[in-house]
Structures are given as structure tokens and as C-alpha cells.
Design a protein around this ligand. Sequence first.
Ligand SMILES: [Zn+2]
Length: 126
Amino acid sequence: MSHNKKNRKSTYSLFRIWDVIVIVVVLLLVALALYFTLSPEKGSRAEVYVSGEKKAELVLSKDAELELNGLKLIVSGGKIWVHSSDCPDKICEKTGKIYKKGQTIVCLPNQVIVRIVGKGEVEAIS
Ligand SMILES: [Zn+2]
């Protein structure tokens, strides 16, 4: 009788350990799902085109500088912008910082286009 009771008790505490593990795993999954849900529209990469040809691809989460065709591009804090340009109209500089999927910076005189592309976008669409 007492032996049986002891046995049941140890089985119960084993289940409690697994309960805790399951709860921790579920919480981690929920946190992960929330993380991805809360930042869905934030583009993750910037494609840089010169004369219609893709010349560079920058990851926005990594700070960087790129000098290309008279333009100086800066990536910082998840955004990209034209810091300076030798073009006459400076429209690209005035465009400012971009970071959302689909946003572009265009420099017509220097034929440079910077485009934000999102995570997991299918390349074959274009
Ligand atoms: Zn320009």
C-alpha cells in the first residue's frame, strides 16, 4: 500500500518537470512568433542597381558603407540612405532614409536604383 503510494508520487514529480519544460518551450515559440509578427513589413535587404544591373545587395541589419557610381550609400540602424552624390539634382539625397519593403531611392543622372526587398520574397516574380 505505502510502496504503491510512493511510486505514484515520483511519477507525478517527473511529470511536473516535463510540464515545466513544455511550458518553457511553448513560451519560447510564442516569443519567436511574436517577434516575426511584430516586424513583418520591415525589409531586410537593399538591392542596388546600376543601369538596370544588380550590383550589390546589402543586409539592413548590418551597418555598412558603399561607394558606387558617384553615390555614397550608408546602412545604419536598419535603414539605408544616400549620404552624398555627385549628381546635379540631388533627388536621391533628398529621398532620405528608406527601410520598408518596396521603398526605393532613384538617382536618374547616375542611373542608380536602391530597392528594399523583404524577407523570403521570391526572386522569380520580377
Ligand atoms: Zn542623385
